[in-house]
Design a protein around this ligand. Structure first.
Ligand code: SAH
Length: 343
């Protein structure tokens, strides 16, 4: 059954016309859907006959809340059950500038990065635009807070589900809905070069994050299979083109793995690679996952790496680890749920 939250106001308009109702009803219904109506009965200013017509064709049922974990630092992690039995996870974090939600874009992932829990069971399916949006909407409603920022950094590769992601951006941007603007949204990619060029053509104001994690092909191909298809030099060429076209600074994600990519030589090589680019490096100590023997770098090695980049003129910061005590790094909760057959 069609999820009403997948539809733009104009598409709801087509249903309204089919029902022989006046066009302005579409705006009302869109607003109800995007503000968290849980059933058609909630739509009190919509005639009952139209509600019944819609209920035969669409659903507004929210995802089922399977589990909610709240970390000591206030970070909340949600595990949602979708209508077809799949489950996905969402993280809500509090920052000085407001609340941020990290959403999944796929159930599972097919990128195969060796350090990431999200990809261990492979890709199950793409999420729909409404399923991506519901994570923001219902996490915000559950916590009773207004969401100001969104990061597409949960499970899945957003550029492997690009059409749904682009539609989600339009839906979430709408003033009748959550009204969150592109400048408050970051999209992270493992580096699908052809899609980065396609995204450039969309001329969006979102922040593009690129998961680099290594300064050369020899290292990157060992941990990110996508690098064998799109090597570092092609990835960086796409990034330079993206920045030139959009004037937006790219954020490079770099997870520091002990003894693998955290040496001074790696830091200098990375600095050489990014020098002169409109770039920011986000360093994060690797989050350990059960399925991988890789370990995080020490805090000293992390700081040294950061200092080398900054001294070489490449701005870098070490990202704070939020929700550490609740397995908040992507994919770990969902993975446990799928392996144990329940929470
Ligand atoms: N598929 C996209 C977005 C999802 S992952 C991408 O690859 O960018 C969000 C970020 O978390 C990515 O930078 C990813 O490489 C990183 N990540 C995944 N597992 C991690 C781990 N165990 N420790 C640290 N970062 C991790």
């Amino acid at each position: 059954m069609q999820n009403l939250r997948d539809l733009m106001e104009q598409e709801i308009g087509e249903l309204v016309r089919e029902a022989g109702q006046p066009a302005y009803r579409a705006g009302q219904i869109f607003k109800w859907a995007q503000s968290g109506a849980r059933s058609f009965d909630d739509m009190t200013d919509v005639p009952k006959s139209l509600r019944a017509f819609l209920a035969e064709r669409c659903t507004v049922a929210p995802p089922a809340l399977l589990k909610r974990q709240i970390a000591r630092d206030g970070t909340r992690k949600y595990l949602w059950g979708l209508s077809d039995g799949n489950c996905i996870e969402t993280v809500l974090m509090e920052y000085k500038h407001g609340y941020s939600v990290c959403v999944s874009t796929q159930a599972g992932c097919r990128m195969g990065c060796v350090f990431c829990a999200s990809t261990k069971g492979g890709l199950v399916r793409n999420l729909t635009p409404g399923e991506i949006l519901e994570q923001v909407l219902f996490a915000g409603l559950d916590a009773g807070v207004r969401i100001s920022n969104i990061v597409l950094m949960g499970t899945g590769e957003p550029l492997d589900n690009m059409d749904a992601v682009l539609k989600f951006l339009q839906l979430v941007n709408n003033e009748k809905g959550l009204g969150i603007g592109e400048r408050h949204i970051s999209l992270s990619t493992s580096g699908l070069v052809d899609r980065i060029y396609a995204l450039e053509k969309e001329a969006l104001q979102i922040t593009l994050s690129v998961s680099l994690h290594a300064p050369n092909n020899a290292l990157r191909s060992q941990i990110m299979p996508v690098n064998r298809r799109w090597p570092v030099e092609e990835l960086l060429a796409a990034c330079r083109s993206y920045t030139a076209a959009t004037h937006r600074r790219i954020s490079y994600e770099y997870a520091l793995i002990r003894g693998f990519n955290d040496t001074e030589a790696c830091a200098r090589e990375l600095a050489g690679l990014l020098h002169g680019q409109l770039a920011h490096v986000n360093l994060i100590r690797l989050n350990e996952i059960e399925e991988s023997p890789l370990k995080p770098s020490s805090t000293e090695a992390t700081q040294r790496f950061c200092d080398i980049l900054n001294k070489s003129g490449v701005t870098a910061t070490v990202r704070r680890r939020l929700g550490f005590d609740i397995d908040a790094s992507c994919g770990q909760l969902r993975r446990k749920y799928e392996q144990n057959g329940g929470v």
